[in-house]
Design a protein around this ligand. Structure first.
Ligand SMILES: O=c1ccn([C@@H]2O[C@H](COP(=O)(O)O)[C@@H](O)[C@H]2O)c(=O)[nH]1
Length: 286
């Protein structure tokens, strides 16, 4: 039986550093790599990333949108990347931000987190903005299959605050605080065992003082924290340190565009990822 996702992630972060390499085949990047923006270019870009990052970094996060652009043949490229990365011993986090009413969420859960998932990632990003409990089918299935989810809490984009910082009339805290509370309850068992849970949270590297302003206790939540927004969106190491404080050891830093600019040479990409993972490990340690 495979270990829970949270345990596998914690091990991977300890041995390879807290870097999540984003696999985002933007048109501008594909063309900057000297490739044509078509299915062949997508495939070449993706397989170069697999070669560069497979077995090297803790996690690779393909952004589903860039594969969906090319329809079913783009999805086939994504599926191959997920399988090859798994075979190379790297965890995968599919960034598809799924969220729907519970009955539909069950189908999303089967598709991405089930034993026969067509896009078999180790973890999936999910959106709780139909209510945290609407995610229950995904939370339960991930638990059964040893997979994980990352729930959007405080996203890295400036528009997120208008929803996530809001304090509902009936609630004691902000919308984001209720998401953290849900993850805290779901990770209780892992916390008792002293490991990270398999229900992660997404908190952007760009959110400034929001974690403390909103009273979010990420340490008690025992959640892995995915921090996108580093690099291209302006997030820095100093900001990560200030934002996450006592929860720094739980933070997995995501970089897509900034890292991918080192292509198209797989060796140069791998070296950039190796260097960045080392710098992050050093500067995020207490
Ligand atoms: O709050 C969020 C959640 C997800 N993302 C995704 O992460 C990458 C960021 O890419 P960069 O090039 O490093 O800016 C991208 O796939 C986003 O969809 C996010 O940015 N913020």
């Amino acid at each position: 039986m495979t270990s829970p996702f949270g345990t596998r992630l914690q091990r991977a972060m300890q041995s390879r550093g807290p870097l999540c390499a984003g696999l985002d085949p933007h048109r501008s990047l594909v063309e900057a790599w000297g490739l044509t923006y078509d299915l062949a270019g997508l495939e070449r870009f993706t397989m170069t990333c697999v070669e560069a990052f497979g077995g090297q970094v803790a996690v690779v996060k393909p952004q589903s949108a860039f594969f969906e652009v090319f329809g079913s043949r783009g999805i086939a490229v994504l599926e191959r990347a997920l399988t090859d990365l798994h075979d190379a011993g790297t965890l995968t986090l599919l960034d598809a931000k799924r969220g729907d009413i519970g009955s539909t969420m069950s189908a999303y859960a089967e598709a991405f987190l089930g034993p026969d998932a067509v896009a078999p990632a180790d973890a999936l990003t999910v959106s709780p903005y139909l209510g945290y409990e609407s995610l229950r089918p995904a939370l339960d299935l991930a638990d059964r299959t040893g997979r994980g989810v990352f729930v959007l809490a405080l996203t890295s984009n400036p528009e997120g605050a208008s929803v996530q910082h809001a304090v509902p009339r009936h609630g004691p805290g902000s919308v984001a605080a209720s998401v953290v509370e849900g993850a805290t309850v779901d990770n209780a068992l892992a916390r008792e065992r002293g490991s990270l849970g398999s229900v992660g949270l997404v908190v952007g590297a760009t959110v400034g003082t929001a974690v403390s302003d909103l009273g979010l206790d990420l340490v008690t939540a025992a959640t892995p924290v995915l921090a996108p927004g580093f690099g291209a969106q302006g997030g820095t190491v100093d900001q990560l340190r200030a934002t996450f404080g006592p929860a720094l050891s739980q933070v997995l830093v995501s970089s897509s565009r900034e890292l991918l600019q080192s292509g198209p040479d797989a060796g140069a990409l791998r070296e950039h990822a190796r260097r960045l993972a080392g710098e992050l490990a050093e500067s995020l340690s207490a």
